[in-house]
Design a protein around this ligand. Structure first.
Ligand code: 3H9
Length: 727
């Protein structure tokens, strides 16, 4: 690590160097302070340029140091930004790659900013449970105004250079030689007055309705990030910029930063940040790992099936510039599917153009639509995305075995079918893997990569690499019914339905879980996904419908409690949003505005009467505990069975695929926050009260952890024993 300084004519160039992203560790801040001091004192230096090594300006404070005691952290970045700004020699930031968080705050302390066209800037601190605490909340509003600053600070959004130029964050955008251009600019402004370039001295330009603007932002973040405190603190800090002079505003910024740091949010969010990166570093019990096994190159891909998932997958591949062959079974489906894909691609182009891309159309990979399997013969990877029917999938994989070149990998986008059964019909079971995308597949970040018992480590490596190419987070899991995500989700949803039988209203349950922070409660989610999908699956396996043995009790399957409520809704044609009614009613078929439905209340009272169910008052606390703890309990079972290798895998899946609130870290991290003994005791109580809900029975692994003195989450894995892994 070093901060190099060299002088080019009369300009000192200071280079931040702390690979891989030049994060501002205490050591780097110290070195920067020293280099700046030297440049300021050196009479031969008339201007200064700050840039980052290896094409990256700076990704902000070093997040790994956040848990370090503050006295060991060295000089504060805030002091450095003030030192730069008050310096009489002009300082220019040369931004390549990224200027994020403290990196952008550093650049805002500079008098001028030049950015490379591919650079991105932003203040993502809110996504780490904190706020920009090195003057970002005070300088940015002075530079770009309240409305734009609020958006950036409360969303953590990364802004491409051209948009940053429009907003006024940077002064110039260049296509090449950013540092040279910064040096040229620095030389040009030597001797010019710097007053108007010292952001801390400028007034904040406020629209007359500024309070309304702040109030509106508050309503928005409270809705969007329910239960999270950092977005609200960000708004309070910007409010301080509006009403207070700079130094007072800074005091408020520091106060709010300390307040947030005393909550659990920063640690939970930072855990989630690193977990997202660590899941890419997969290891198998055999010792094969991301380090030792190289992926095979993917130059071309094919997608089979152009339903909702297939369309999203094709779009995702095109966005990653991978040429795709998209196949459907008949002309009609192909026409419908291709139109839908083209419209998704058009939307992507529009988005890119709005962000200032001049050649958006050329930045997508080409898509070819076909009915002919022969067109798949040269592709490197095939992703089958037809509907969930084992016989159909097997049929397709048999054909792929014949058509595809022997080196082609075969992926199935299933949300829960047996990968081994599909692989076993092919001539290359070792090259078959599950790639479970989440809808909409071109937007959602998560990819569950499912290893079957035949899947080779090269296939895993290639699928994980594909996730990265698509800009997704791949999480490797083992093969079991519904894998990790849906296996846990099924129990959570089922619990919510049981609670309705016991007396809750769907909207009460949704509200409790949305207030907890989940993006969408279970009933709104079921209505959105379509109740008929689960109904079809249950009918197929004989849980309901004609295959159900005569005489089966209505609310029992084997020794387990079962609720026929969703089946009955489907029998009445209530499939959710698509039919205009489900657990809620909607303004029309396909409507999105969920309204409580008096019909449902009557129906539920009759249902409870028929089944002799007594209703009771159910508290929000019980709703949250029963729905979330049963999910968490299953998470422990998944770990025990070796389906997931680490609690952070489950957390990453939930944070990125199921709208779990990241400010609680994920379900397993949340369990550690609540305390495992508490989770265990509650599960024991709920299981005692509901002995026919077998999944409430605490998992052995949870019991083992509590018996071992409740070790911290990072040590759970060592209590598992490696022989259990299914990876
Ligand atoms: C802040 O600045 C607070 C201030 O207001 C001051 C308050 C006083 N620190 O994502 P990648 C690591 S808060 C430490 O895979 P990419 C990352 O863990 C900070 N490490 O690459 C990974 O390590 P490993 C605000 C960091 O190319 C490696 O770098 N800033 C940091 O896909 C590569 O990362 C942010 O929130 C960091 N700040 O994306 C920026 N950043 O190789 C967060 C990254 O061991 N970072 N690492 O797994 C990002 O958004 C992306 O990492 C970035 C690169 C876009 C930079």
């Amino acid at each position: 690590m070093a901060t190099f300084r060299h002088i080019c004519d009369s300009v000192a160039v200071i280079t931040l160097s702390n690979p891989p992203v030049n994060a501002l560790s205490s050591a780097l801040i110290q070195a920067l302070q020293k280099a700046l001091g030297e440049a300021i004192r050196d009479s031969a230096v008339e201007a200064i340029v700050i840039c980052g090594d290896k094409g990256k300006f700076c990704a902000g404070a070093d997040i790994r140091e956040f848990n370090k005691p503050s006295q060991k952290r060295g000089p504060h970045l805030l002091l450095l930004t003030d030192l730069i700004e008050s310096n009489k020699k002009p300082v220019v930031a040369a931004i390549e790659g990224v200027a994020l968080g403290g990196g952008l705050e550093l650049a805002l302390g500079c008098h001028y900013r030049v950015a490379h066209v591919q650079a991105r800037v932003g203040l993502p601190e809110v996504l780490l449970g904190i706020l920009p605490a090195a003057s970002g909340t005070q300088r940015l509003p002075r530079l770009i105004g309240i409305a734009a600053a609020l958006t950036l600070i409360t969303t953590g959004k990364y802004v491409p250079a051209r948009e940053a130029l429009k907003l006024g964050i940077v002064d110039k955008v260049v296509g090449e030689n950013t540092v040279d251009e910064a040096i040229r600019l620095a030389k040009k402004v030597i001797g010019q007055p710097l007053g108007s370039r010292q952001l801390s001295t400028l007034p904040v330009q406020c629209p007359p309705n500024v309070e309304a603007l702040l109030a509106e932002a508050m309503v928005k973040v409270k809705k969007q990030f329910r239960g999270a405190q950092s977005p609200q603190a960000c708004i309070e800090a910007v409010r301080a910029a509006v009403h207070l002079p700079y130094t007072e505003g800074i005091k408020k910024e520091q106060e709010l930063y300390q307040f947030l740091n005393a909550t659990h949010e920063p640690r939970a969010q930072q855990y989630a940040f690193f977990a997202e990166r660590e899941v890419a570093k997969w290891t198998l019990p055999s010792g094969a790992s991301w380090k030792t096994v190289s992926p095979q190159p993917i130059h071309t891909a094919a997608v089979i099936g152009l339903g909702t998932m297939g369309r999203g997958i094709v779009t995702s591949l095109a966005k990653a510039k991978i040429p795709v062959v998209a196949l459907e079974q008949d002309k009609r489906q192909l026409d419908i599917g291709s139109k839908a894909v083209m419209s998704l691609l058009d939307r992507e182009i529009l988005k890119m153009e709005q962000l200032g891309h001049t050649e958006a159309t050329n930045s997508l990979g080409p898509v070819r639509f076909t009915l002919d399997y022969d067109e798949l013969k040269d592709v490197d990877i095939v992703i089958e995305a037809v509907f969930e029917n084992m016989a159909l999938k097997k049929d397709i994989f048999r054909r792929l075995s014949v058509v595809c070149k022997p080196e082609a990998f075969l992926c199935t986008n299933t949300s829960g079918l047996n990968i081994d059964e599909i692989a076993s019909v092919t001539n290359r079971p070792q090259m078959v893997i599950g790639t479970h995308f989440f809808s909409p597949a071109h937007i959602m970040k998560l990819l569950e990569v499912v290893r079957g018992c035949y899947t080779s480590s090269t296939t895993i490596s290639t699928a994980m690499r594909l996730a990265k190419m698509l800009g997704k987070i791949g999480v490797l899991v083992g093969n079991c019914p519904s894998f990790v995500g849906n296996r846990l989700m099924r129990l959570y949803v089922e619990q919510a339905v049981f609670l309705v039988e016991e007396g809750s209203k769907p909207e009460e349950i949704d509200l409790a879980l949305e207030d907890f922070g989940l993006a969408m409660g279970p009933f709104r989610m079921m209505d959105l996904a379509g109740l008929d999908i689960g109904w079809k699956a249950r009918t197929e396996i004989g849980l309901t419908g004609p295959k159900l043995p005569i005489g089966t009790p209505a609310r029992q399957r084997g020794s387990k409690r079962y609720s026929p409520l969703p089946d009955i809704l489907c029998e009445q044609g209530r499939f959710g949003q698509k039919s205009g009614q489900g657990w809620y009613k909607y303004e029309k078929s396909g409507g999105r505005n969920a309204m409580p439905d008096p019909w449902l209340y009557n129906f539920l009272s009759e249902y409870r009467c028929i089944h002799n169910l007594k209703t009771r008052n159910i508290t929000q606390e019980e709703v949250i505990e029963r729905c979330l703890y049963i999910l968490i309990n299953q998470g422990f079972k998944v770990l025990e069975e070796g389906i997931a290798s680490d609690p952070k895998d489950i957390d990453v899946i939930y944070n990125n695929g199921y709208g779990w609130p990241k400010h609680t870290g994920g379900p397993m991290y949340y369990a550690s926050l609540v305390g495992l003994p508490v989770v265990l005791t509650k599960l024991e109580k709920y299981y005692e009260d509901n002995p026919d809900i077998l999944d409430l029975k605490p998992s052995n692994f949870l019991k083992k952890l509590v018996a071992s003195g409740t070790p911290p989450l990072k040590e759970w894995r060592s209590h598992l024993g490696s022989q259990s892994s299914k990876l």
